[in-house]
Design a protein around this ligand. Structure first.
Ligand SMILES: C[S@@+](CC[C@H](N)C(=O)[O-])C[C@H]1O[C@@H](n2cnc3c(N)ncnc32)[C@H](O)[C@@H]1O
Length: 277
C-alpha cells in the first residue's frame, strides 16, 4: 500500500492554524487527493435535493465542493482556518453565489446545516478533540440533519492523520446520532484502499448532547469510576471522556441538572465539572 501519511509533523506539534497554513505555504499537502474522494462522489450522486444546506469543515482544496457545484447544489459552505488556502479558494470560486467560503475555526462556527461532509477533517484533529467534534456536529445540524463521509479504520505511526476503529466510533457517536451506515468502503481512493469507513449518521434530535469541562483526573484509572457513576444517573445514555481527561460528553434523554452531576462526583473533592459555553 502507498503511504498515506498526511505530512511530516510529529503528533506533539500544536495543530493550530499556523501549522496548517505552513503546510499549504510549503505545498506539503500529502493528504490532498487531487480529486473528489470516490465514496463521497458516489454518495453525492444519491442526493436529489439541490437546495440542502451543506457544510464541509476543514475543507482543504475541497474537490467535494467543486463536485457538488458541478452537480447543481446551490447552498454550500466550506470552512478552513488556514489563511493561505482560503485566499486561494476565494480566487478559485470567485463570483459563484452557490458557495460560501469561510476563513475560521470550525469549533467557533455558527449555522444550521442539513448535511455536513467529513473528509479528512476528523483525522486531522488531535484525538482529545473527538468529544468536542461530536458535540459541535450535533449543534450545527438541523433536526434531521446528517453527518456523512469518511473515517479511517486504521492507526498510523506518524500523525496526523490520527486513526481509529469502527468500535471506537460506534461508542463515540452513540445516542447523539443514529447510525445509518458505518461500513468499510469498497471504493476508496487507491492509497486509502481497505482503510476507510463510510459513515452516514443522522442527528438524534430527541437526545441532549452536552460537553463539560472536567477537572481533577490525572490518570486513566479514575475515568471508569467517574463515567460509570455518571452513566447510572436516570436518563443518561452515553458518557465519553476525552483522552486527556479534560472534556466529558454526556448524551441523555432529558436535561441533567449540573448539581446532580456534581453530587455524583463529589466523592473526590478535587473533581469539578462545568458545561462548555
Ligand atoms: C488533512 S487536511 C484535509 C483537507 C481536506 N478535507 C482534504 O481532504 O483535502 C485538514 C484540514 O483541516 C483544517 N483544519 C484543522 N483544524 C481546523 C479547525 N479547527 N477549523 C477549521 N479548519 C481546520 C486544516 O487547515 C486543513 O486544511
Amino acid at each position: 500500500m502507498e503511504s498515506i501519511t498526511c505530512c511530516a509533523a510529529s503528533g506533539e506539534k500544536t495543530l493550530d492554524k499556523a501549522y496548517w497554513d505552513a503546510q499549504y505555504q510549503s505545498n506539503t499537502i500529502g493528504w490532498d487527493l487531487g480529486e473528489v474522494s470516490p465514496p463521497i462522489k458516489r454518495y453525492i450522486d444519491t442526493l436529489s435535493d439541490k437546495n440542502i444546506r451543506i457544510l464541509i469543515p476543514g475543507c482543504g482544496n475541497t474537490y467535494e465542493a467543486e463536485y457538488l457545484l458541478k452537480r447543481g447544489f446551490k447552498n454550500i459552505t466550506v470552512i478552513d482556518f488556514a489563511p493561505t488556502l482560503v485566499e486561494n479558494l476565494k480566487h478559485k470560486f470567485a463570483g459563484n453565489g452557490n458557495i460560501k467560503i469561510v476563513l475560521g475555526d470550525f469549533f467557533e462556527h455558527q449555522g444550521q446545516y442539513d448535511l455536513i461532509i467529513e473528509q479528512t477533517f476528523f483525522c486531522a484533529l488531535p484525538p482529545v478533540m473527538r468529544q468536542k467534534y461530536v458535540w459541535k456536529m450535533h449543534q450545527l445540524l438541523t433536526d434531521e440533519g446528517k453527518l456523512s463521509g469518511l473515517l479511517f479504520d486504521r492507526t498510523f505511526e506518524v500523525s496526523p492523520p490520527f486513526g481509529g476503529s469502527k468500535q471506537e466510533y460506534l461508542q463515540l457517536f452513540k445516542d447523539a446520532f443514529d447510525f445509518l451506515k458505518m461500513d468499510l468502503c469498497p471504493d476508496s481512493a487507491k492509497p486509502r484502499a481497505n482503510s476507510e469507513l463510510f459513515m452516514e449518521l443522522r442527528k438524534n434530535s430527541q437526545n441532549k448532547v452536552v460537553l463539560y469541562e472536567f477537572e481533577g483526573i490525572w490518570c486513566s484509572g479514575s475515568v471508569n469510576t467517574v463515567t460509570h457513576k455518571l452513566a447510572e444517573i436516570e436518563g443518561v445514555l452515553n458518557v465519553n471522556m476525552s483522552s486527556n481527561f479534560t472534556e466529558l460528553l454526556i448524551v441523555s434523554k432529558n436535561k441533567i441538572p449540573l448539581e446532580q452531576l456534581q453530587k455524583e462526583i463529589a466523592y473526590d473533592v478535587t473533581y469539578k465539572i462545568k458545561p462548555v459555553a
